[in-house]
Ligand binder design. Structure first.
Ligand SMILES: N#Cc1c(-c2ccc3ccn(Cc4ccc(CN5CCCCC5)cc4)c3c2)n[nH]c1N
Length: 234
């Protein structure tokens, strides 16, 4: 899987060289390239923004640098196997299903906007050539797309075979289908007693059936309290 990031802050993506993702890069499972969008500017000030047509506060990102970056990175031929992800507050909510779908992609290009956003014709042009996903990280406002791209990257790449040491843990996670889409149960480790708090006895019983039942009950109760929207049969 090749991941490209178009951004005016490429250093944001240096962090992808550490931990699990770093190992995935070292193992050749993932190939990561961050690009400074100003590479595709030609004026002395390396300008990437301009005033919004129709007025309004702030600045909007000019289309030209994006178009020239697309030309260099992707060429002009349509290829639906290339996924262009555009983090935006107006995007559809990024969910685990999106991460699962994108984890099968061979190529993903993240377009990280700043200012008040990217000239919409960039999205229109990209949509004519590649598979475009306008996605939102959540219902809050960030200053740009980089943090969202990082979060989406981690959610996607951890699902790629060979990236996680113990893939079976994926099936026990919140939002995973194996977990019936419920929130995951509370976890514990040693010591059995810590500052007056004990590990639930059932987890020390060694009775796998009782443990599985307790974990299912905990997941359902936690989901009922915090995310009733995830419960389908109530
Ligand atoms: N994913 C994700 C995000 C983002 C995100 C992603 C990408 C960019 C690029 C730029 N910004 C900043 C910004 C801030 C406010 C506004 C609102 N509009 C402005 C124009 C007139 C109408 C209102 C837009 C753009 C971004 C924010 N925020 N929250 C998420 N979950």
């Amino acid at each position: 899987m090749r991941l490209d990031y178009l951004t005016i802050f490429p250093e944001f993506f240096d962090v992808l060289g550490i931990s699990l993702l770093g190992k995935a890069v070292d193992n050749g499972i993932v190939d990561i390239h961050a690009h400074d969008l100003r590479t595709w500017t030609h004026d002395r000030h390396r300008t990437v923004d301009d005033t919004p047509c129709g007025g309004g506060a702030g600045m909007v990102m000019k289309p030209d640098p994006w178009g020239e970056a697309f030309d260099d990175l992707l060429g002009a031929d349509p290829d639906p196997s290339v996924h262009v992800v555009i983090p935006t507050p107006s995007g559809t909510p990024f969910r685990q299903d999106d991460a699962a779908q994108l984890s099968h992609a061979d190529r993903i290009v993240f377009c990280c906007g700043r200012y008040e956003g990217i000239d919409h014709r960039v999205i229109d042009y990209a949509s004519e050539h590649w598979s475009v996903h306008e996605l939102s990280l959540g219902d809050y406002v960030l200053n740009g797309g980089e943090v969202a791209a990082l979060a989406m990257t981690e959610a996607i790449v951890r699902l790629v075979p060979g990236v996680l040491g113990n893939p079976e843990s994926l099936s026990e996670e919140s939002y995973s289908q194996d977990q019936e889409g419920l929130l995951e149960y509370p976890v514990y480790t040693r010591p059995a007693s810590w500052r007056g708090w004990d590990v639930p006895e059932v987890l020390m019983s060694g009775h796998h059936g009782h443990i599985a039942q307790w974990r299912r009950e905990q997941s359902r109760e936690l989901t009922r309290r915090r995310r009733p929207d995830l419960l389908t049969d109530e």
